[in-house]
Design a protein around this ligand. Structure first.
Ligand code: ADP
Length: 177
């Protein structure tokens, strides 16, 4: 098939997604392994608009996606209004919250603020398809997986930069016409 060579040069989701090889790893939340303090630290040490939630760092199985804004509001609210929520309270994105040891503070349940089905594509998906999906579905971000493991993220701004790059390389591109 003639299209084959062309296809092998095509940009794939893995070429555009973050993190890049040299970047620090993706900032993710685990569904039941973090304390209020852990999450607050993550919020202050990063500027990302959102965080994927995974089963565990080992599995990297995607559970959902949480917006930074919703995390901040929920934690602030809980600290002010919910009895017993302190830095060492454990945060749960799971449906079921196991009983906490008697000496521990009450858990903070945040499943309600999680998007349970964030849009995902595999790392081998061609970027023209990803761009098309962003446009048609009006996505803000898309998560990238490989064999069910979370690898990276592409935001709307990443898409806009990618499209601008292509237009630069090929000034006759109809993308901006
Ligand atoms: P924007 O792309 O609109 O600036 P963000 O601030 O969320 O949105 O993301 C900034 C950059 O960091 C983007 O290139 C994005 O792909 C990447 N990114 C977004 N979320 C995360 C995350 N949780 N961990 C690592 N990188 C991320």
């Amino acid at each position: 098939l003639e299209a084959k060579e062309e296809f092998s040069h095509k940009t794939l989701a893995m070429d555009v997604m973050r993190p890049r090889r040299s970047d620090p790893p993706l900032s993710v939340l685990t569904q039941d392994g973090m304390t209020v303090e852990d999450v607050e630290t993550m919020i202050t040490e990063t500027t990302y608009s959102g965080f994927p939630v995974v089963v565990s760092h080992e599995s990297q199985r995607l559970v959902g996606f949480v917006l930074r804004r919703d995390l901040t509001i929920s934690i602030d609210n809980a600290r002010q209004r919910q009895d017993g929520i302190v830095s060492t309270s454990r945060i749960f994105f799971t449906e079921y919250t196991p009983p906490q040891p008697p000496s521990s503070p009450p858990p903070l349940k945040l499943r309600g603020i999680m998007d349970l089905s964030p849009f995902t594509v595999t790392d081998h998906t061609a970027m023209d398809i990803v761009v098309d999906i962003f446009r048609k579905l009006g996505l803000c971000q898309c998560l990238i997986t490989h064999n069910g493991r979370l690898l990276g993220i592409i935001t709307k701004k990443d898409i806009l930069k990618h499209v601008a790059q292509i237009a630069n390389r090929d000034p006759d591109s109809i993308l901006f016409n």
